[in-house]
Design a protein around this ligand. Structure first.
Ligand SMILES: O=C(O)CCC(=O)C(=O)O
Length: 378
């Protein structure tokens, strides 16, 4: 599901794959200078911000787009041919976006929450701070001469890793990796009930590809991969309250969303999230509340089969998507993020993170996108 797989003939087989290939980042090899992204035709990408602007000026909505009147404090759009899918452009204030970006990099990946690094390095404490301080993560069986934090890391199996400030020369005989590389390779972390992605994926390849690639309608696999025995903290209250409020347009009046688990996805240039279904929760009438932060992305919303041609739409920082009911049976994914100045559309974040204390957050988000998707598990 994560990463960029080799596009073989297989990739051309379904309408979903064709769309992924159309929007994916490719570089122009012809250019001798700096690698240039190949131009892509974005004319068919649905732009809900432009639709919102047009609506504010009393303009007409595109034929398949509907505005849900009086459903929420800001305009909520739905799509005629994709029931139970909701798009709330600019739902998050710039303050909320910046707070969530900071939490996604500092608090959310902290143990006992799990990340994609757990499988190799065990739980890692304070990765963002370590990256800021230029620390190196070193396998513990090596002799390290100088001071450093004790047992920052332990995978609970057979290896221990800890952060060191030592220079590269003294670490020559140790297995080590810089924390800035680890931060760049951070792909996901989980909040609340822990979802052990490593049981589901080997590296970047799904273990049960038939479910993800053949367009088989998903079964309700409640708690299939949530491991309630894994130590976990509840989802932070502020995020819980935000998700409860945002979920309202997708729920009947009087029904409350109960956030129990969340996945934070981190995207850098060239990273993709392949077409998939989220079928691990018990009750699909409850929405997935999905928040976009940082660089702009293209989101593909397909149908119940990979053969159904997906709709492409832009996701900008502050946009919120809700997928409930029938929409939960639709394949979806992220084939592209834009990190260049013209397309990333993060000027409001740059202005808000301009204080010198925020420079490390700003640097990260200028080339990254973060998605937080919050779920009711039971
Ligand atoms: O990044 C996004 O906007 C979508 C995330 C998603 O589909 C997922 O984590 O299941």
């Amino acid at each position: 599901m994560y990463g960029s797989e080799k596009l073989t003939d297989e990739s051309e087989r379904t309408a979903f794959r064709k769309a992924e290939k159309k929007y994916k980042l490719y570089f122009d090899n012809a250019s001798k200078k700096k690698k240039q992204p190949k131009p892509v035709d974005l004319s068919e990408v649905l732009d809900f911000r432009a639709i919102l602007d047009c609506h504010m000026r009393d303009g007409e909505l595109p034929p398949a787009v509907t505005l849900l009147e009086e459903k929420f404090s800001c305009p909520v759009f739905s799509l005629e041919n994709r029931p139970d899918f909701y798009f709330i452009p600019g739902a998050l204030s710039v303050e909320e976006q910046c707070r969530l970006i900071k939490e996604s990099l500092t608090d959310f990946p902290q143990p006992p929450n799990r990340t994609n690094h757990n499988a190799i390095y065990g739980p890692i404490q304070d990765l963002f701070i370590a990256a800021k301080e230029g620390k190196v993560l070193v396998e513990n069986n090596a002799t390290i001469s100088s001071s450093e934090s004790k047992s920052d890391v332990s995978n609970g199996v057979d290896k221990e890793w800890k952060f060191s400030l030592d220079n590269v020369e003294s670490l020559r005989h140790c297995r080590s990796i810089s924390s800035s590389t680890l931060l760049r390779k951070l792909r996901w972390s989980t909040l609340g009930l822990q979802f052990d992605w490593s049981k589901f994926f080997i590296g970047r390849t799904p273990r049960i590809p038939e479910r993800l690639s053949l367009g088989i309608p998903a079964q309700r696999n409640s708690q299939r991969n949530y491991d309630v025995s894994l130590p976990h903290n509840k989802i932070p209250i502020a995020l819980c309250e935000l998700a409860k409020t945002l979920a309202k347009p997708a729920l009947p009046v009087g029904v409350e969303f109960q956030p129990e688990g969340a996945i934070v996805n981190y995207f850098g240039l060239g990273d993709t999230l392949g077409g998939h279904l989220d079928d691990m929760e018990a009750d699909w009438s409850k929405p997935i509340v999905s928040l976009s932060l940082g660089c702009k992305a293209i989101f593909l919303l397909g149908g119940k089969s990979r053969e159904d041609p997906p709709l492409a739409m832009f996701l900008r920082s502050g946009d919120v998507v809700l997928m409930a009911g029938e929409a939960r049976e639709c394949f979806h994914g992220v084939p592209r993020i834009f990190t260049d100045k013209e397309h990333a559309e993060i000027a409001h974040l740059e202005a808000h993170l301009s204080h010198e204390d925020d420079v490390s957050f700003l640097k990260y988000i200028q080339t990254s996108r973060i998605n937080i998707n919050i779920r009711q598990v039971f």
